[in-house]
Design a protein around this ligand. Structure first.
Ligand code: CP
Ligand code: NVA
Length: 321
């Protein structure tokens, strides 16, 4: 039973399919589950900026009949040293779920462990599991199926690349991350994702050969070179090291003729991707961003639906628990 969504590897392959199917259904009929939350509150805690995740979650909550409660890093006593565990216990008494974007994955895990409500990771330095659902849904819609698809991710081995590897592994996809050694994805995440991919018929490869990675790929994906939380003083070092991994027309020309371009956004045209690619005919970035809404609705629905079932138990059943 899925209790929280903290990273993609919390899911089984069946959970992933269920989430993507539910998201597709909700995209067609956005108000189909409009009574699920019945005016209850879902907290949205963002300690980092966000456009897509923050607003799509707020809309998703409304479409499920709930009310979003936006919270910033300076709004809570957390910022003055109250523990994550105490905060989690208290907020569990008030709200139905806690959506959190912050720095350390460990903080999200600690919150989830102490809370009695579902916790959803809206991005940490290590993972971006909600993004990966929108990525896979975009690809599934374009190609019909995910198993066997070849995705080349070029650039920084960051949170987005980690979640993409974990999701691609579950779906039996072939994910190649092309990056300089200094900015490679986390070793442990890569190793576990590679093992998972093998059991599901896919593969995970990390290489420093960008052109080999994109040759014949069905999709080329990139993300910013400097993520939120990365030291600003690294900007020049990163730009120099990552420049050979820029996605441009020459790179796209090596991919399959039907290849699509993906980017989680926000993008920096001229750095990780050129304007002609991101604004060109192969780019699906705005479809991908649009999918954040139905996938987040699906995550909340899947996590909260069982609790709703619990709440409508007969009084006798409740009394005996
Ligand atoms: N892709 C993504 O998570 O965007 P935001 O940072 O705007 O939420
Ligand atoms: N890797 C980026 C993703 C933003 C959605 C960051 O963490 O800043």
């Amino acid at each position: 039973m899925l209790r929280d969504y903290l990273r993609v590897s919390d899911l089984t392959p069946d959970d992933l399919v269920r989430l993507l199917d539910l998201a597709t259904a909700l995209e067609t009929e956005p108000h189909a589950l409009h009574t699920l939350l019945e005016d209850e509150i879902v907290a949205l805690y963002f300690a980092k900026p966000s456009t897509r995740t923050r607003v799509s979650f707020a809309v998703a909550i409304r479409r499920l009949g709930g009310v979003p409660e936006p919270l910033g890093a300076n709004d809570l006593q957390l910022g003055r040293g109250e523990t994550i565990e105490d905060t989690a216990r208290v907020l569990s008494e008030y709200v139905r779920a806690f959506v959190i974007r912050t720095f350390a994955q460990d903080d999200v895990d600690r919150f989830a462990n102490a809370a009695s409500i579902p916790t959803v990771n809206a991005l940490t330095d290590l993972h971006h599991p909600c993004q990966a659902l929108a990525d896979l849904l975009t690809l599934r819609e374009r190609f019909g199926a995910l198993a066997g698809l070849r995705v080349a991710y070029l650039g920084d081995g960051n949170n987005v690349s980690h979640s993409l590897m974990e999701a691609g592994a579950l779906a039996g996809m072939h994910i190649t991350v092309a990056c300089p050694a200094a900015f490679a994805p986390d070793d442990d995440i890569t190793r576990v994702a590679a093992a998972s991919a093998m059991t599901h018929g896919g593969s995970i490869t990390v290489t420093d050969d960008a052109l080999a990675a994109v040759t014949g790929a069905d999709a080329v994906y990139t993300d910013v070179w400097v993520s939120m939380g990365d030291p600003e003083k690294e900007r020049h070092v990163r730009a120099a090291a990552l420049a050979p991994f820029q996605v441009n027309a020459a790179v796209m020309a090596r991919a399959s003729r039907e290849a699509v371009f993906l980017h989680c956004l926000p993008a920096h045209r001229g750095d990780e991707v050129t304007a002609d690619v991101i604004d060109g005919p192969q780019s699906l970035v705005f479809k991908q961003a649009a999918k954040r809404l139905c996938t987040e609705q699906a995550v909340l629905a899947l996590l909260l639906d069982r609790r709703l079932e619990g709440a409508v138990l007969e009084p006798s059943a409740r009394g005996s628990s």
